[in-house]
Write a protein that binds this ligand. Sequence first.
Ligand code: ZN
Length: 150
Amino acid sequence: MSSAPYPNPQAIFYQQYEAVRRDEVVGILLALFLGTFGLHHFYLRRTGLGVLYCCFCWTGITTFLGFIECFFMPGRVREFNAFQAAGIAAVLGISMPGWGQPMNVPPYAPQPQAQPQTQMQPGTLQACPRCQRTNAPGSRFCAGCGAALQ
Ligand SMILES: [Zn+2]
């Protein structure tokens, strides 16, 4: 066991995700050059399909299918990666980061609370004694002239 402090869930997420994620270019190249043997299916853990392609690799059909499928590989790889990421996030109990976006918000950071000051509450608006401007509830200084409120 490591004595290092427990890494944050984000770090674990990226570590695990990097280990399982697949590369679109690799997927395309596998389908194009080794699709005959279903390597692009094994790559995305579609073992059944991969075995099927291996069985029919001598027919030439799988070569043709591999050529066609290389156009679909980017989408399949993204889908695969999204699935893996969702699974890891679920295990770690963190919210799924926006797909394709860097996860730059710590999952356990306190969410910014909706500020009641921004809500219109007619009874608590404060009128400035100097310029009569109405200020948001809780304001200590006037937004218009800077005078102290109450
Ligand atoms: Zn004022």
